[in-house]
Design a protein around this ligand. Structure first.
Ligand SMILES: *Cc1c(COP(=O)(O)O)cnc(C)c1O
Ligand code: SF4
Length: 344
């Protein structure tokens, strides 16, 4: 029971009935204080004390509707573990560095990362609605690079000049933190480049703050000549509640292709049972499981790592119980490669 929380959206279509701006208010009310989080979840004060001393420059941040999906009283809750700072983050482990992906080397223009053929990442904001403890952003908020209007114009000119770019991927940070008007302008500028055929959005917002999927956003994404996909990021089936289902149904209904990427995280989703349940639930919501990422080797995240041999075993276990299209590709990002590297 989480009676002190505002009731989260509970009917499948309620996410579309909220007044404009409600997601911004929800975001402003997100939890940033470990003491408050522990009070809401009925957790011991020592958990909050550890969290308070461990966050470093990457503070606790989690929307209340996401907290409402956690099990009160369980310090090992798989959703809680993704957002709660822990003492293990302060342990330095050899091989874990600030910027393991060396993405600044691949900048084609401010905020434009072109590493792979035919597609380019446009970093439109450095912010997120949640601070995931395993994230590369924790050490290196490089995405702020291109988030200025001048940087954005330069990046869009670079996209138009490079006719090999057929797909533009909005990323960040979380691109859906931009409001609908700004997104509409950016999408409009991408649509105006005749050589671009596809738009992709990498976002965790439909999962952690499903009210972000406004009717206007659905119109913007569904209403262009581009083949548009949204790649969401869910790691555990308990993240996918009725409000999330409603948001995803709205996007799917507008003709947007839906994919999910997860990160394989020790203590969160490192079992065949959990990963299979996640894939099954995603398929129910018309989302294709796309990638299962080995975490990037970012300083402060070593405690989330699953050994490659274990990961390969889990992946084999998934193949044995799921249709092939429901088995995500097990990958790692390796600087200098022409694509993500398939493990195993
Ligand atoms: C992951 C990534 C992509 C997308 O790769 P896909 O295999 O097409 O999903 C594109 N650009 C960069 C820089 C990336 O990191
Ligand atoms: S939502 Fe994505 S980019 Fe943002 S903190 Fe979480 S993992 Fe990192």
């Amino acid at each position: 029971m989480v009676l002190s929380l505002p009731s989260s959206v509970s009917s499948a279509d309620a996410a579309t009935e909220q007044p404009p701006g409600s997601w911004q208010r929800e975001l402003a009310a997100a939890i940033r204080d470990p003491v408050e989080l522990c009070r809401i979840l009925g957790l011991d004060a020592s958990v909050a004390a550890e969290a308070g001393g461990s966050a470093g420059g990457f503070p606790l941040l989690v929307p209340r509707s996401f907290v409402a999906r956690m099990t009160p009283g369980d310090p090992r809750d798989p959703l809680l573990l993704q957002v709660l700072p822990r003492a293990a983050e302060r342990v330095d482990v050899a091989g874990y560095v600030a910027d393991p992906l060396r993405e600044e080397e691949a900048l084609a223009a401010p905020g434009l990362v072109k590493k792979y053929a035919g597609r380019a990442l446009l970093l439109v904001t450095g912010g997120c609605a949640v601070n995931c403890r395993y994230c590369f952003r924790r050490e290196f908020p490089y995405a702020d690079n291109g988030a200025t209007p001048a940087g954005m114009s330069e990046a869009l000119r670079a996209i138009a000049a490079d006719t090999s770019i057929r797909e533009v991927i909005l990323s960040g940070g979380d691109p859906l933190l931009l409001d609908d008007s700004r997104l509409e302008r950016i999408v409009g500028e991408i649509v105006a480049v005749p050589t671009v055929r596809r738009l992709r959005i990498h976002t965790r917002l439909p999962i952690v703050l499903p009210s972000r999927v406004t009717p206007r956003l659905v119109q913007i994404l569904g209403g262009t000549r581009l083949t548009t996909s949204v790649v969401v990021h869910a790691n555990h089936p308990a993240e996918l509640d009725a409000a999330v289902a409603g948001a995803l149904a709205d996007l799917a209904g507008a003709g947007v292709l839906l994919f999910n990427q997860s990160v394989l995280l020790s203590g969160v989703n490192d079992s065949v049972e959990t990963l299979a349940a996640l894939s099954e639930r995603l398929l129910d919501l018309r989302v294709v499981p796309y990638y299962l990422h080995a975490p990037d080797r970012v300083r402060g995240t070593a405690h989330f790592d699953v050994p490659d041999q274990t990961a390969i075993g889990l992946h084999a276990g998934l193949k044995a119980v799921l249709p092939g299209y429901a088995v995500p590709r097990l990958v790692r990002e390796v600087p200098g490669e022409v694509s993500k590297v398939w493990i195993g």
